[in-house]
Design a binder for this molecule. Structure first.
Ligand SMILES: [Zn+2]
Ligand SMILES: [Zn+2]
Length: 127
């Protein structure tokens, strides 16, 4: 089990880039804000992902024949810490239910190493 203890957390709110977490075990995770929004761990988003078969962080697919609509860039208006174990985003689309625990953030790390590991795990589960 990888460590879910951050050494430092940087939220690039003004530049709108995303979040950078330096873990105690030396791993570095960088998340773009739209990725985090699509990986929102709240019950509502969790249910939506389960019904649409979308993985955490995977963008919502547009329906066939649907014209790409203009969507404002997803960005948090503010970020607040939740105890010592999580943080919470106040997104510019009004959503603010997700509590992003360090554990969850480590699980959804979008780097090549972690995505590769998760793919292997799925393979093992399927046999
Ligand atoms: Zn949510
Ligand atoms: Zn990683």
């Amino acid at each position: 089990m990888p460590s879910a203890d951050p050494k430092s957390v940087k939220v690039h709110l003004t530049s709108g880039e995303g979040v950078e977490i330096d873990w105690k075990d030396g791993h570095l995770s960088t998340y773009r804000f739209p990725y985090l929004r699509d990986a929102c761990p709240c019950a509502l988003c969790d249910e939506e992902r389960a019904t649409s078969g979308r993985g955490p962080g995977q963008p919502v697919a547009s329906k066939p024949g649907e014209l790409p609509m203009f969507k404002p860039k997803v960005q948090p208006i503010s970020v607040e810490p939740v105890g010592k174990y999580a943080m919470k985003f106040n997104w510019n689309d009004g959503h603010q239910l997700g509590i992003y625990s360090w554990q969850w953030l480590r699980e959804i790390c979008p780097c090549e190493v972690c995505t590769g590991q998760r793919r292997d795990e799925v393979k093992t589960k399927l046999g």
